[in-house]
Design a protein. Structure first.
Length: 158
């Protein structure tokens, strides 16, 4: 059971004990024993873990969106090849970060998510720069097919 589930279950049990105490089903001594048995930490430690994970995933999603928006905002200033090579370099860096951190750690998983976002942006950039005649859904489908090995590796290294 992870921290969030443990905290949630503990608070649910404390609420149930308080309800029983309020309705008169528990006396003060039974309520004290029940309260001592519930494994719900009083500190915010479980929230810290949840907020750390949430901030990690949110920051990676925002970083991927920022890179894509940077390329879109500087479309005229950046040349065709600087856009492509810049996104390719960031994709390689994100992939190396995922490999170095390891896919069992949240940092490696976040780097893998960033690599998937950058791959989607790169394929969209290729489709926009060189009109291939492919439909939009074909570009996104090929991007997700390219991300499947990373997802498969992530499941193996769980």
């Amino acid at each position: 059971m992870n921290d969030w589930a443990r905290w949630h279950e503990g608070t649910r049990q404390l609420d149930l004990l308080a309800h029983w105490r309020g309705s008169g089903h528990l006396d003060a001594e039974a309520w004290q024993r029940g309260h001592a048995l519930v494994d719900a930490p009083a500190s915010g430690a479980p929230w810290r873990g949840v907020l750390e994970r949430l901030s990690l995933w949110l920051s990676v999603a925002l970083l991927g969106a920022a890179v894509i928006c940077f390329v879109a905002a500087n479309w005229d200033e950046l040349g065709r090849f600087s856009r492509i090579f810049g996104l390719q370099a960031l994709l390689v860096l994100a992939t190396l970060a995922a490999w170095c951190c390891g896919l069992a750690r949240p940092a490696g998983q976040a780097a893998l998510l960033l690599a998937g976002l950058l791959l989607g942006g790169l394929l969209a950039l290729v489709g926009q720069t060189w009109q291939t005649g492919a439909d939009t859904w074909q570009l996104f489908a090929s991007g997700r097919c390219c991300c499947c090995p990373g997802c498969w590796l992530r499941r193996i290294h769980r």
